[in-house]
Design a protein around this ligand. Structure first.
Ligand SMILES: [Zn+2]
Length: 164
């Protein structure tokens, strides 16, 4: 056993050490810690120092929720790219944009070629509105603008998902 190190007052991730706490079932010293969220937890020196214990458990819950949101976002976006509609979770309304799709000649959803001005036009249909994303010389640029817009608008929609 090494020299006893007092961790009182030190902070490990979300945990601030308040002082010595009860020993664990194997008789090891545990520290009484206060999590940033207010919960009290006990952790051994090595668990604190190695980062095995970073919070009362709230950090893991938040990360899991974030991962789930990310997953929902990707699912919704892929679904949109496939079917060309938005799913707004708050109302569960499917907003179709079949009219746009019919006129599409580029093969990229939301991107149209205007022969008159010889430019690709990128648009996105969000919650009943057509949003203009600009005119582009190449299909690639227009596609990129469209994808960025999808990410942007989808993020705001997915952020409304209540997952807790
Ligand atoms: Zn916590």
């Amino acid at each position: 056993m090494g020299k006893f190190e007092d961790l009182t007052g030190k902070k490990f991730n979300r945990l601030t050490v308040l002082g010595l706490g009860k020993r664990n079932s194997s008789g090891q010293i545990q520290w009484k810690c206060k999590c940033d969220c207010g919960n009290i937890v006990f952790a051994t020196t090595s668990y604190l120092k190695t980062g095995h214990t970073k919070s009362c458990g709230c950090l893991n819950r938040e990360n899991a929720s974030k991962r789930l949101k990310e997953k929902k976002f990707i699912e919704a976006r892929n679904n949109y790219r496939k079917n060309n509609f938005l799913v707004d979770n708050t109302s569960l309304v499917l907003i179709s944009s079949k009219k746009l799709r019919k006129n599409n000649t580029t093969g990229v959803t939301g991107v149209y070629y205007n022969g008159k001005i010889q430019r690709y036009i990128a648009r996105i249909y969000v919650q009943g509105k057509n949003i203009n994303l600009g005119q582009f010389k190449t299909l690639e640029e227009a596609k990129k603008a469209r994808e960025l817009a999808e990410d942007k608008y989808f993020k705001s929609i997915i952020d409304k998902y209540k997952l807790d």
